[in-house]
Design a protein around this ligand. Structure first.
Ligand code: ADE
Length: 224
């Protein structure tokens, strides 16, 4: 899989992409991530990528020309399965979308800033608009990092224990059950006996029951 990201703050991605699972996925050659600095596509002498909004009002708008130049340049090299715009007014990210995106070959992600991008960018180029939650971040970069993380861990071969992504919360519309490791008792709190029983049928049943209980208590919306 190849992921291209258009951003005015490429440095923001250095941390999340250079450690742990995302680093390993790249080292193994399973995923390639390329960052494109939008300012490199500005013909403006100050490399500006934003301007005042028509009609007045506070806040700048990202201009279409540098974005179009960057996207057109990348599209000449390959076809993208999706061109995604990270925006608080997008569709809320859910596991199903991450699952779907993890099966694609080429993704292009555009990170917004200020008041967002000129609407014509969305009309002309964007195939999917994604929000990671009902709150406003300073820019789309952290949201894009969240999206990329949730997608890459699903790419076959990325996780060493392939089944572990399948037992994640949300994969079956349920939250994951509680987990424990040693010691069996800590400050009077004991690991549930069934987990120490060695009876795998019972353990499986307990996990299912706990997943359902937790989902009912915390995310009843998932059960509808
Ligand atoms: N950009 C700013 N806030 C965002 C959010 N909540 N989700 C996606 N992109 C964003």
């Amino acid at each position: 899989m190849r992921i291209d990201i258009i951003t005015i703050l490429p440095k923001l991605f250095e941390g999340p992409f250079s450690d742990s699972i995302l680093k390993r996925a790249q080292d193994k050659g399973l995923v390639e991530i390329y960052l494109h600095n939008l300012r490199d596509y500005s013909t403006d002498k100050h490399k500006n990528v934003d301007d005042y909004q028509y009609g007045g009002g506070a806040g700048m708008v990202m201009r279409i020309e540098p974005i179009a130049a960057c996207i057109e340049h990348l599209k000449k090299e390959r076809d993208y399965d999706e061109i995604i715009y990270m925006t608080p007014d997008g569709v809320l990210l859910e596991q199903g979308v991450s699952n779907l995106l993890s099966t694609q070959q080429n993704l292009l992600i555009l990170c917004g800033h200020y008041k967002g991008v000129d609407e014509r960018v969305r009309d002309l180029y964007i195939t999917r608009e994604i929000s990671i939650g009902s709150y406003v971040l300073s820019g789309g970069e952290l949201a894009a990092a969240v999206l990329v993380d949730s997608v890459i861990r699903l790419v076959p071969g990325v996780l060493s224990d392939e089944t572990s992504a399948l037992t994640d919360s949300f994969q079956d519309q349920l939250l994951a059950p509680p987990v424990y490791t040693r010691p069996p008792e800590f400050q009077g709190k004991c690991v549930p006996e069934v987990l120490l029983s060695g009876d795998f049928k019972q353990i499986e049943q307990w996990r299912e029951d706990m997943a359902l209980k937790r989902t009912k208590e915390r995310r009843p919306d998932l059960l509808k």
